[in-house]
Design a protein around this ligand. Structure first.
Ligand SMILES: O=C(O)CCC(=O)C(=O)O
Ligand SMILES: [Fe+2]
Length: 321
């Protein structure tokens, strides 16, 4: 990724601003009440549920601290991920994603037809598993998700699998809080994840010679249920503020996770919580590497039915009571 290929250049209206606002920022929520369940008061717990609900409604995004994920595990996956990405392109492409193998390394992802200034490594948390080949309701074809693991670094596989389990635990806790905030029973969404497919993506954003023209990830909404993101101290994630449509940068908070509601929660909450647009800006000096987890449900196994309408919109899907 040396010279700037026109494929990376954003249309002027989508280019990042040089000066930016950090604003009030997305809410920071302390999850310690659900870690120490012995002595938490009902008021404290209700306060937490309300904070989560307000954040989902006002921002679609929030950060959590005291989430229970051991920091050594996060440091381990961060270290292994950096070692993997530091290799030559030739080495990394040995585990390249292709039509048959849907996980692994990839460096030519496009968002809204513009190439992203990034490289990624994806793995499925519960793999191998069988998933539908497409979202078409009549398509009976299935594909098997077998993770591809590189030879180097040798610890990557175990580190990723172990970390994946931590992400699943955290995702369930968050889903409970979200269900409660919608006045639903805490385990209301759990059944939808029986045949779930969770992916974790390791992202690497190399320094970019023209950060004013390109984006690490172009504007988009996340298609899954919930995204849990670990951001390093370089930062770069921008969220579209619901009140005025301005892009607000999410300030890196040590050891925190950034959580956002994806399209599936928008549907399950009957649009009470919206899946909000976000993007990633890059910079010319420092590379940025961190990991990203998405907790996604297997649509064909849930009550998620496609409706027969043209120009399908998210509002065409509703949860049945
Ligand atoms: O790297 C980030 O900050 C966010 C990445 C992201 O939004 C995505 O891959 O969907
Ligand atoms: Fe995203």
């Amino acid at each position: 990724m040396g010279e700037v290929d026109p494929a990376f250049i954003q249309e002027p209206e989508h280019r990042p601003k040089i000066s930016y606002m950090e604003g009030k920022g997305v809410p920071l929520i302390d999850l310690s009440p659900i870690l120490s369940s012995n002595n938490v008061s009902a008021i404290e717990f209700e306060g937490l549920v309300k904070e989560v609900g307000d954040a989902c409604k006002e921002w679609g995004f929030f950060q959590v601290i005291n989430h229970g994920v051991p920091s050594e595990k996060r440091e381990k996956i961060d270290g292994a991920s950096r070692k993997f990405f530091a290799q030559s392109l030739e080495e990394k492409r040995k585990v390249r994603r292709n039509e048959k193998k849907v996980t692994g390394y990839y460096d030519t992802e496009h968002t809204k037809n513009v190439r992203d200034w990034k490289e990624v490594f994806d793995f499925a948390v519960e793999g191998p598993s069988i998933v539908p080949a497409s979202h078409e309701p009549d398509d009976r074809e299935v594909i098997e998700l077998n993770n591809q693991w590189p030879e180097y670094p040798p610890e990557l596989r175990e580190t990723c699998q172990d970390y994946g389990q931590e992400m699943v635990k955290l995702a369930y806790k968050l889903l409970e809080l979200i269900a409660l905030s919608l006045d639903l029973p805490a385990d209301r969404f759990h059944g939808f994840f029986k045949d779930q497919t969770s992916f974790i993506r390791l992202n690497h954003y190399p320094p970019c010679p023209t950060p004013e023209l390109a984006l690490g990830v172009g504007r988009h909404k996340d298609a899954g249920a919930l995204t849990i993101l670990a951001q390093d101290d370089v930062g770069g994630l921008e969220v579209k503020q619901k009140t005025d449509g301005e892009w607000v940068r999410v300030k890196p908070t040590p050891d925190a996770y950034i959580i956002n509601v994806g399209d599936i929660i928008q549907v399950w909450s009957n649009d009470t919580y919206e899946s909000v647009e976000h993007r990633v800006i890059v910079n010319s000096e420092r590379e940025r590497a961190y990991n990203w987890g998405e907790f996604i449900s297997n649509r064909s196994q849930s009550n998620f039915q496609k409706q027969k309408v043209e120009n399908l919109q998210i509002s065409d899907f509703k949860i049945s009571e």
